[in-house]
Ligand binder design. Structure first.
Ligand code: ZN
Length: 143
């Protein structure tokens, strides 16, 4: 769910004035999105490259010190531990971000326990969010 973490948080961040507050909001936004029932992509390298590209688009469009960019960074950074070998549960290690524990990640909806937000739905929300950011943030218009 890294692409929605990037795009949705960038959109939310564009409503902030201070980059630090936006980054903290990005961490909170990451936790909220992790709670939602969702499908995750198993192609971590491709997803990582897409996120770097998206962060580059947001940073170069809104500014590298803009709240939109830093909210997106706050939304992405917790998932770095998802690819670190020393936080890999398969090797008996634990993850530290609260919503990365199995009991808090991708929760089930009581009346629809099999429902997961699909990759297509995630892509649509991400595209709309990114478009909103790019329409709102123009060079010189954002901080
Ligand atoms: Zn996460």
């Amino acid at each position: 769910m890294l692409v929605p973490h990037t795009c949705l948080n960038a959109a939310v961040g564009s409503a902030f004035k201070k980059p630090l507050a936006a980054a903290v909001a990005g961490l909170a936004g990451h936790a909220l999105l992790d709670l939602l029932p969702h499908k995750d992509i198993s192609a971590h390298k491709a997803e990582g490259m897409a996120v770097l590209l998206l962060l580059g688009i947001v940073g170069s469009s809104c500014g590298w010190s803009s709240p939109a960019f830093w909210c997106a960074m706050g939304g992405v950074l917790p998932d770095v531990e998802q690819v670190l070998p020393w936080t890999d549960p398969k090797q008996g290690r634990r993850r530290y971000f609260p919503t990365h524990s199995p009991g808090l990640h991708s929760l089930q909806i009581p009346r629809a326990p099999r429902y997961r937000i699909s990759l297509l739905e995630q892509t649509i929300v991400s595209g709309v969010s990114l478009a909103a950011v790019l329409l709102r943030c123009r060079p010189g218009k954002c901080r």
